[in-house]
Design a protein around this ligand. Sequence first.
Ligand SMILES: Nc1ncnc2c1ncn2[C@@H]1O[C@H](COP(=O)(O)OP(=O)(O)O)[C@@H](O)[C@H]1O
Ligand SMILES: [Mg+2]
Length: 263
Amino acid sequence: MNAIIDQDDNQSPEYAIHTRNLNLWYGTFQALFDVDLSIRNGMITSLIGPSGCGKSTFLRSVNRINERLGYVRIEGDINVLDNNIYDPAVELVQVRKQIGMVFQRPNPLPISIRDNILFGHRLHNKGSKADPDEIVESALKQVLLWEKVKDRLNHKGTELSLEEQQKLCIARLLPVKPSVLLMDEPCSALDPKGTAAVEELIWELRGEYTILIVTHNMAQARRASEECIFMLMGRVIEHQATEDLFVTPEQKETADYIEGRYG
Ligand SMILES: Nc1ncnc2c1ncn2[C@@H]1O[C@H](COP(=O)(O)OP(=O)(O)O)[C@@H](O)[C@H]1O
Ligand SMILES: [Mg+2]
């Protein structure tokens, strides 16, 4: 069940994501400053802060998506499950297998629901003897979508409602057996009902995956996460158990933000 344990005879590490002195520049603009974060294995951690503070930049660094942009420069270390993912010996495909990402706008492929679920699995688990029908059913059941779509698995994923598309985008990560799921405002394109449904689903995944979720919605952070990180202008201001961060923040900037004093 737990991919970390499958991959490693040692005990699973305490931290799934561990960064030291992480600095990032887009050209000459510095977007991250000395980010030192230790994100616990198997937990849901939320990342909050005003627009432009570097939340997406941090997530994209952990998945090595930023490097597609030629003008990004990164200094410092990012370890995922004790592997330095920027080590030249580490292959990008291995990083992507361990780390799944969900984006703000659902981005299913314009292929069938079934093929959406099997796409990553076919790419990453070549030669797998697992039964594709079982994989599809199990992944869709985990995201509570199976009953809705089981009779139309050949319909395009892009024909689903936004809420269902986002659930599909989560479901298609699961057969790859990632250890870490990065979610960048996964509910921001959804209506309140869709938001509630997807949040509930994220809770269901607790314990099986390490989840790092960016949200603008503080009620969501409070409901859906065990630890919470507050960022401001490219720096980590505070990282605490979620309830402590909201009830007794240590930093004035955190208190100002959660009291709504800035966007
Ligand atoms: N591809 C990019 N090129 C140049 N600057 C960027 C790029 N992406 C983000 N930035 C800048 O980096 C800062 C952090 O952005 P971002 O990580 O998207 O913040 P958040 O997700 O917290 O809203 C912002 O000032 C933003 O304008
Ligand atoms: Mg963002």
